[in-house]
Design a protein around this ligand. Sequence first.
Ligand code: BG6
Length: 470
Amino acid sequence: MIYQQQARFPDGFLWGASTSAYQVEGAWDKDGKGPSVVDMLSHPPGTADFRVASDHYHRVEEDVALMAQMGLKAYRFSIAWSRVIPDGDGVVNPDGLAFYHRLIDALTRHGITPIVTLYHFDLPWALELKGGWLNRKTGEAFVRYARLLFSEYADKAPLWLTINEQNTMILHPGAIGVPADRALPDKRSLYQQNHHMMLAQAQIFALCHREFPGLRIGPAINTTSMYAESCRPEDAIAAHNWETLRCWSFMDVAVHGRYNALAWAYMRDRGLAPEMQPEDALILQQGNPDFIAINYYSTATIAASRGDGGDVAPRAGDQQIMLGEEGVYRPAENPWVGKTPYGWVVDPVGLRLTLRKVCERYGLPILISENGMGAPDKLEHDGTVNDDYRIAFLDAHIAQMRLAIADGVELMGYCPWAAIDVVSTHQGYAKRYGFIYVDRGEDDLKSLHRVRKRSFWWYKDLIAQNGNTD
Ligand code: BG6
């Protein structure tokens, strides 16, 4: 009964949790770290910035010990490029490298497998000043940076992710913020940036396999299945358009080394297709991933354009809120799913569907590199944080993962967002995701003391049973 049977999680399943460097570390200019684009963002008064974040840089041993107590088998984190190469492409900062040695060594001591993201939104500011990803040379610098990290950590970190949510950076460029004196890039530039990331990623896959054959590496795309609002054929086309443009077009280049035909036609017809150098087609085919990582939070529901100029939603969007595009797709409501207080669709069954689709398209193992529920957690007077809503959210998604495994999906692991509270890209510390609470407010740093939430104990128990809780 492929529709109902719950498989068991396999031995060695990577029960983990995620963070990213700039959202957790703090120490934004400490020990030689250079600034990154996120350090240049301005923050409205009363909202957290990234200077101290969760102060993980200074509490790394304590934090890893808590992760170990939770029973984590894996920890997915990113390396801050400008911590190890302050200007992105010049002199290496030994203190920066030493910090990640400390982190990886602490994980290894506790038997936690490191899963390292090379780049999670925080491009070195010096590279941004030279044109950022629009400059082809940024891609070359990224490849050199990747080689440095592989040579440094290959013998102790076996699993790597290239770029976190390339599709968020290209399709929702405002989602991570823009420095006050800069404008959002136009679409044409964004697709050119995308092309440069693709070229660099293919070269990194190739160099990783050629020079560091023990490592496994994959992309990490924010992946969201789209439902058609109705069985009207035009709605089905619109949902397919957006699912392809938003998700598959990114993964297809990573896996197949060529652009998705529909995505290319979309870009070509609108004058958005990237400029290709003669050697680019071959570069894209140089390397491919060993597995696919997905960040899954929500599904979305899509309707056909009404042709009335009203396809674009009149509100600011984030990475999970579909905005609409004239003539391409129009966001619609789904009466069958829930929503978080922040308007993100909650759809555990959609995770199973998404896993099936990724498996069917690419036939590769899958790692869930993010999934989670942001909420305004409250530290009670008795020192507890009772995040039962998060437990319910994660539990429902894990049940669907078991069904997906029964469907035939090869699932490597699950790394919910987040191991510990981090600065949310949009709502600072008002919106939290961690299993571990960090005692700080927006601009009031308080004690930064760590508190194990109820979900911490729940996840520990679940991991102890390898997720097979019945
Ligand atoms: C993912 C990002 O898209 O969503 C994370 O990779 C981010 O960096 C997470 O924090 C949750 O989003 P937000 O906006 O609620 O922090």
